[in-house]
Ligand binder design. Sequence first.
Ligand SMILES: Cc1ncc(COP(=O)(O)O)c(C=O)c1O
Length: 378
Amino acid sequence: MNAQRWAWAQIDLGALRHNVVTLAAHMAPQQLWAVVKADAYGHGAVECAQVALQSGAQGLCVALVQEGIALRRAGINAPILIMSEQPEEQFRDIISYGLIATLYNEATIVRFARTANELEIMALVHVKVDSGMHRVGVQPDNAVRVASLVAESPWLTLDGMFTHLATADVADTQFAQQQVSTFMRAVELVRALEIEVRHVHISNSASAIRRLDTGVACTMTRVGIAMYGIPGDAATNSFGGAHQLDLRPVMSVHARVSHAQRVTAGQGVSYGLKRPLDRDSTIATLPLGYADGVPRGIWENGAVLLHGARRAFAGVVTMDQIMVNCADDAVSVGDEAVLIGAQGSELITANEWANKLGTIGYEIVCGISARMPRNYIN
Ligand SMILES: Cc1ncc(COP(=O)(O)O)c(C=O)c1O
């Protein structure tokens, strides 16, 4: 039982270890770099990074400088890649904390090199190529110029080039293949100038599992969601329909009944009294709500596991509490409910919520808020 609160997210580090070992074996000889941005998709960045590194990951990927600094302050010395350009005010931190920068604009590269020069520290850089997703990166026809600019700077090392696929999760792989060839052409043009590119990487989880970078000499993959045991495509609960690896969900969400009462037929429950009871029912209250990451919309057709059975929401999710309909069951204060995870023979996945809400499992786990304690088990 959690001593702090009667609602918590349980993080199964044994499942994470299993997933990393499984994924690393699947994608060998490429290195697995664990994507631990956004607090490891809500799972706890430091804890997950440590387990991933112990289980075979060779590096880490983050979105923000602050995320990289937090890992360094926790004593993590592994390579850490920040996956997009960051504000100039943060260049000093990137360099002095030994984080790997991603760069793609000529002006940014010049300023970044100047900062490295001022600090007299050699900085590692990966150049990101926009091969078709059009989020960030240098356009392929300017990639040689940008990579050369990095390689020619006495204060920068061109440690890698990478791209990101827009449709790695989509059954039709045609666009992904087009992106792979566009990117690899840019890498070959850079290498033709006898510029060394140590790391070449394309794949996220879906691409790594489906091996969309097969036949291309990639040295590493950037794996996020698969490591957390959540198939990337919520609709098919798969990675683009690819053959499934044995991956186990790492996060489950739990709460204890904080109040239980009989409510008579015809009464409504929660704001708006939206679903009047068709019979007398036991209503159990759980002390977590949308401020903890239970999306309000899940009340309509979602369920909660209590005593091993699926229970409908009795009314809308409130900020701090939810109410579930337990029919005639004897429910007591302190009984454990599972919102995401298994209880008895029933299972609710993050992707089940995602499908009901028209989103993806990523958003569900990232949305479990910092207010929810994380309980780590092995
Ligand atoms: C550039 C980049 N690479 C890799 C990943 C990891 O993706 P996934 O969680 O699908 O493995 C992300 C995540 O959004 C990303 O933005």
